[in-house]
Design a protein around this ligand. Structure first.
Ligand SMILES: Cc1ncc(COP(=O)(O)O)c(C=O)c1O
Length: 426
């Protein structure tokens, strides 16, 4: 555990960690779950360990302190990823009367699945455009969901959307799966503006994978959110993950690293953005080659989209490791030329929907020109690259074939409609 929880000063402030330290290091005879019977930190709800579902002790205190740090009326610790937070906040919005939600086209699959599951009408807007250009969609939606920051570190105009929502009485939801660290910078932080927001603390802060927080701005929103969390959250939360969420939220800034990362964003081959934790290096169509070369030296990026190689930092990144990355990238920029254009995010073709259409799985190399029947894309960022209803294009197939990880694809096959006719516009 010490390997993961290194900052001693932060640990002193962590309620769940201290509870585990006091109680879980003493061996006891386990006739309780989990079944590995090894004991230690991976325990269950025992008389001393409190209960995430109805906390009364250290977890309640930890959640209160997290809410205070994040500026929320109420925050819930999650051990099932930001996905659980997204589903819970969509549920809460629905229970407050929301029937349709404006969603960005670069939304994560959990957002689209949440709408499907809850019967909410998704109204897609162009995330590339400034928020003020999306009012045609925003005007007809009951709630607005923003992704902030996105996987490339872009933060939308949160202040403008908050004012817009206030004027029209709409709810604002922010998927901050990549913005857990931003509570240190209130002007860019989701919690300064949103009614409901998710902080994916396992991505940009030092929490274990799946650690996240979902928060509500007011008591009324908190009551609705509690219902959502009770439905979607596991009843067997991992104590190490819970402890790591508290640790991550309380983790201090790494100002030296932040400054170095901002400075590197000035490089013409780094795509500048609003978030120091996302280093987006432009390599054009050589990006996969560069990714492989770096992996041979033991340097792994977060993802490659066939143009950008994205390197994810957190306050726990060592400055010397960042310096090594910088040096290698600077060398590679010389060897792999690519014009420093802003990355163009792929805007899907007009969406169509076919009711009751018959589908079949077809090999990737054979599906160009067919109509896709299930969203699929690169993993990460888990944003649909080809939407259900969209005609499959050759260059997207190439990208899916090159990528190490994908979603919505099975055994190199993609789900397509059998017939060409009878589509309805979405
Ligand atoms: C924007 C966004 N929202 C939500 C999620 C879901 O997060 P998790 O994988 O923690 O469930 C992700 C995951 O990559 C994401 O990128």
């Amino acid at each position: 555990m010490q390997k993961y929880f290194r900052d001693q000063e932060t640990l002193k402030k962590c309620r769940i960690y201290q509870m585990l330290l006091e109680n879980a290091t003493e061996p006891h005879l386990s006739f309780h779950t989990p079944g590995h019977k090894v004991g230690g930190w991976d325990i269950t709800e025992l008389s001393f360990s409190d209960n995430l579902s109805a906390p009364r002790g250290c977890i309640l205190e930890a959640e209160k302190e997290i809410a205070e740090i994040l500026g929320a009326a109420k925050s819930f610790i999650l051990t099932d990823g930001s996905t659980c937070g997204v589903l819970s906040m969509l549920y809460a919005a629905k229970s407050l009367g929301v029937k349709s939600v404006a969603l960005p086209k670069n939304g994560h699959k959990s957002v689209f699945n949440g709408c499907k599951l809850l019967g909410l009408t998704p109204l897609l807007y162009e995330n590339e455009a400034p928020a003020s250009a999306c009012t045609e969609i925003f005007d007809v939606a009951d709630g607005i969901l923003l992704v902030s920051p996105d996987y490339y570190g872009n933060v939308p105009d949160l202040r403008w959307v908050r004012e817009y929502c206030d004027e029209r009485g709409k709810l604002l939801l922010v998927d901050g799966a990549h913005g857990g660290h931003l509570h240190e910078d209130k002007t860019r932080y989701a919690g300064t503006y949103a009614d409901f927001w998710v902080d994916g603390v396992h991505k940009s802060l030092p929490a274990f994978t799946q650690g996240a927080v979902v928060s509500a701005r007011t008591e009324r929103c908190a009551a609705a959110l509690r219902e959502g969390v009770d439905i979607f959250r596991t009843t067997s939360p991992s104590y190490p993950i819970m402890a790591s969420v508290e640790y991550a939220v309380k983790y201090p800034r790494n100002v030296e690293l932040e400054e170095a990362a901002w400075e590197f964003q000035k490089h013409p081959r780094i795509q500048s953005n609003d978030d120091w934790t996302k280093v987006c290096a432009l390599f054009g169509n050589r990006a996969f080659d560069v990714e492989k070369e770096l992996e041979e030296e033991g340097i792994y990026a977060e993802f490659c989209d066939g143009n950008v190689l994205m390197f994810y930092l957190s306050p726990a990144t060592k400055l010397r490791d960042f310096e090594r990355l910088k040096t290698r990238l600077t060398e590679l920029f010389e060897r792999y030329f690519c014009s420093p254009e802003k990355q163009t995010q792929r805007i899907p073709a007009p969406l169509v929907l076919r009711k009751n259409g018959q589908t079949e799985w077809v090999k990737l190399q054979d599906c160009a020109g067919r109509i896709c029947a299930a969203d699929c894309g690169l993993f990460p960022p888990c944003v649909p690259l080809i939407w259900a209803g969209e005609r499959v294009e050759k260059d997207k197939i190439e990208l899916l074939r090159k990528a190490d990880n994908v979603f919505g694809i099975h055994e190199d096959k993609i789900l397509v409609y059998k017939e060409e006719t009878g589509y309805e516009k979405r």
